[in-house]
Design a protein around this ligand. Structure first.
Ligand SMILES: [Zn+2]
Ligand SMILES: [Zn+2]
Length: 417
């Protein structure tokens, strides 16, 4: 019986894994430069954590979570996003006792039971960052600037930063009322989900991807027109620092975070190359999420990057994937044993050394070296073995010459290249 990976869940193979590693290495480098430490979070949490933080009325919680009962009768969920597990850990380990800002990043798989389509997997990967303990708008701008630096380093082009303020618990109720008022007359044009959201959480209507809902909500008031004075000052500050840090952005008042813990700054990075699911990263400020999880009042701001979407924007993802540093070909039993030992010595020096494992001909060994894109090939036959030499061949310029059959000599030649 042949098995397949589950629908919407994919293996990531070489050489694509090469680009994943490169992307992760760039991210780690950028986070380090901005003083973010890594936090490794479990992929499974108690279901409650997501219900509370993401919200009962959201698509994620209503339809998309991988939730099941474990053998102990607890309801557990494969994490659909990273912020809730992060805040749970932040409170559990009293990380708020560290001097602010507390800056962390994470990377790993998330799970959502969605209809699989291009750029959308049921197991997908995110790289996220969270900065806590600072209310001032300068950190909002710095977080966005860091994201911009990161995407830039990866080589992502044709992206746009969209920024808005979604207000606070003081000014949002007025906005909610104004929004409901404006939608009241045309509620019948909306999908069933939106009709339900109208009472439970009207802001989420702004988030609905259904075409008729997108059309029907045209012309409704935007939250930026309802900001209180404190929120206005904060949003102006964010924009001031974004300009100072040379981050190009547009204001999109329709970005929403439909939950009360999310306050003020919200942002997304969109790519014109991606169609409807065009956000490659999204983030925002959360005012009371830490309190919601039982910690002391600590503001936070963060973002998450969709790794698959980023990778889909990298042209020729596998270009630059490298082959072995050296491929050692052998003819005859004595030579075989010699290169086995030699390969071990080179590998201890950190070189990627490949050898042949069967009795195949020199021609087929060379073919394999070529297919693996080996940079250098060494050939050892009975004759070379007797004279303690080897023929070394540069696979780029095809030049050949003899070298002493000693690990140090060979190492020297390869390191010179
Ligand atoms: Zn406000
Ligand atoms: Zn809708």
């Amino acid at each position: 019986m042949r098995h397949k990976a589950l629908k919407g869940i994919q293996d990531i193979l070489h050489p694509e894994t090469f680009i994943w590693q490169r992307l992760e290495a760039i991210a780690r480098g950028v986070f380090r430069a901005y003083g973010y430490s890594e936090i490794r979070l479990p992929i499974i949490e108690s279901t409650e954590i997501f219900q509370r933080s993401i919200g009962e009325t959201t698509d994620i919680v209503e339809k998309e979570m991988y939730t099941f009962t474990d053998k102990g009768g607890r309801s557990v969920t494969l994490r659909p996003e990273g912020t809730a597990p992060f805040v749970r850990a932040f409170v559990e380990h009293h990380l708020y006792n560290e001097p602010p800002p507390q800056k962390y990043y994470y990377m790993g798989p998330m799970f959502r039971y969605e209809r699989p389509q291009s750029g959308r997997q049921r197991q997908f990967y995110q790289i996220g960052a969270e900065a806590l303990g600072v209310e001032e708008p300068v950190i909002d701008a710095e977080v966005i600037a860091m994201l911009s630096v990161l995407l830039n380093r990866i080589g992502i082009k044709d992206i746009e930063f969209e920024v808005t303020s979604i207000g606070c618990s003081k000014c949002r109720p007025d906005y909610k009322n104004a929004l409901k008022e404006s939608l009241k007359e045309k509620l019948n044009l909306f999908c069933e989900d939106c009709k339900r959201r109208y009472e439970a959480n009207p802001l989420r209507i702004l988030d609905c991807k259904v075409k008729t809902c997108v059309d029907a909500r045209q012309g409704s008031p935007s939250v930026t027109g309802f900001l209180c004075d404190d929120c206005k000052v904060h949003f102006n500050g964010v924009q001031h620092y974004l300009k100072l840090l040379n981050v190009h952005y547009v204001i999109n008042p329709n970005l929403v975070r439909g939950l009360d813990y999310y306050t003020r700054t919200a942002f997304e990075v969109k790519s014109s190359l991606l169609g409807a699911q065009n956000a490659v990263a999204a983030g925002g400020r959360y005012g009371s999420l830490v309190e919601e999880f039982g910690g002391p009042g600590t503001p936070g701001i963060g973002f998450a990057i969709g790794v698959e979407r980023i990778i889909s924007l990298i042209s020729e993802p596998s270009a630059g994937a490298k082959g072995p540093d050296i491929f050692l070909c052998s003819m005859g039993h004595g030579a075989e044993e010699k290169i086995l030992v030699l390969a071990g010595q080179l590998r201890r020096e950190g070189l990627w050394a490949e050898i042949n494992y069967d009795k195949s001909s020199l021609r087929s060994q060379m073919r394999r070296a070529d297919r693996m894109r080996a940079k250098t090939v060494i050939v050892v036959g009975e004759d070379e073995l007797k004279k303690n030499t080897a023929t070394i061949k540069d696979m780029q310029d095809k030049k050949e010459f003899k070298v002493p059959l000693e690990a140090e000599e060979i190492l020297k030649i390869i390191k010179e290249k």
